[in-house]
Ligand binder design. Structure first.
Ligand code: GRF
Length: 321
């Protein structure tokens, strides 16, 4: 099994979601471990549990500090715990834009409503008031706009005719405790999930002009040009021929460049079986910190190498704007 992802959990209150995340992380096949529990509230109930369970804790009150300064203190603690992800669990602070941008794609939150409904406060009362059949919870990525980042997973909870907000909240909490650990586990492990990696590659490759998918030797590939006479510019390779890599194969200028890349950055590139002999390099996707704009650049370069001039001219014109 790959190394476990390290997460820092930020809390302000009782921390029941934190407890659910913590005990799920103790199951043998959990893909994440908790590196730190951090709070802006000294007496936050969850801190006692964290200490009891031997998890490092960090407390820093926000009182008298600017948002940026408080965030900087929390961020420094997360970094020194070597956290790769920040997971908000009832953390009652809005994060500064700078902090959110620095951790883009690596901060998750749980919100007790079926987003995009009822962002912000009192979601349970608002769902009951609106006569909704269901409330629930959503796990989402954190972006500078409150409760508005991509929704990763949701759990629905039926609303009873005589429900109070407190009763509904208690049942939604039960659902949250199932949902959050699962959503965090899926999210931190998607960099090793071939389906996820393939869907990302499809999105980028098929965004280039006049492209389509075509299998070749049992693996999916991408071609430019017509269905009849198009040419391959990329191949998706999933642990092929004994390789442990999930990769996209793209065209280099030739063997010299290929070997230089593999020698200089062996964690990023490899020489694939068969295709390597004709100058295709493997760009490894199942590794930490893949830069998708780098993958996109390679796909475009490879596309340019085989696309007809009328299409590359089109792209050149588009790039000028
Ligand atoms: C949860 O309802 C969560 O959805 C919201 O804050 C609450 C935290 O509860 N963001 P707890 O501290 O985990 O019990």
């Amino acid at each position: 099994m790959a190394e476990k992802a390290r997460i820092a959990v930020f809390i302000s209150g009782t921390g029941t979601n934190m407890a659910a995340l913590l005990y799920a992380s103790r199951l043998e096949d959990s893909p994440y471990e908790i590196a730190l529990i951090a709070s802006n509230v000294a007496g936050a109930g969850g801190l006692d549990l964290a200490k009891l369970e031997g998890i490092p804790t960090f407390v820093h009150s926000h009182k008298g500090l600017s948002r940026e300064d408080h965030d900087a203190a929390m961020e420094a603690a997360a970094k020194s715990a070597k956290a790769e992800f920040i997971v908000l669990a009832g953390y009652m602070r809005i994060l500064s834009d700078g902090f959110v941008k620095r951790w883009e794609g690596r901060i998750l939150n749980i919100h007790p409503s079926l987003l995009p409904k009822y962002k912000g406060l009192d979601p349970h009362a608002r769902a009951i008031e609106a006569g909704d059949s269901h409330g629930g919870a959503s796990v989402h990525l954190v972006t500078p706009d409150l409760d508005s980042g991509e929704v990763l997973a949701q759990a629905k909870v039926a609303i009873a005719p005589d429900d109070t907000a407190e009763q509904l909240e208690a049942r939604v909490k039960l659902a949250e405790h199932q949902l959050y650990p699962r959503a965090v586990a899926d999210y931190v492990s998607r960099g090793n999930d071939p389906d996820y990696l393939y869907s990302k590659v499809c999105e980028l490759a098929l965004a280039l002009p006049e492209t389509h998918k075509r299998d070749s030797h049992g693996s999916p590939g991408f071609r430019v040009g017509s269905e009849k006479s198009g040419k391959f510019f990329a191949h998706f390779s999933q642990q092929h021929h004994g390789s442990e890599h999930i990769a996209i194969l793209v065209k280099t200028s030739g063997m010299d460049e290929l070997l230089d890349l593999v020698e200089a950055q062996p964690e990023t590139y490899y020489k694939p079986a068969y295709y390597g002999a004709s100058g295709w390099v493997g760009l490894i996707l199942n590794r930490p910190g893949v830069d998708w704009s780098h993958v996109e650049e390679w796909l475009e370069r490879s596309w340019r190498a085989v696309a007809p001039a009328r299409l590359t001219k089109l792209l050149d014109a588009a790039d000028m704007f």
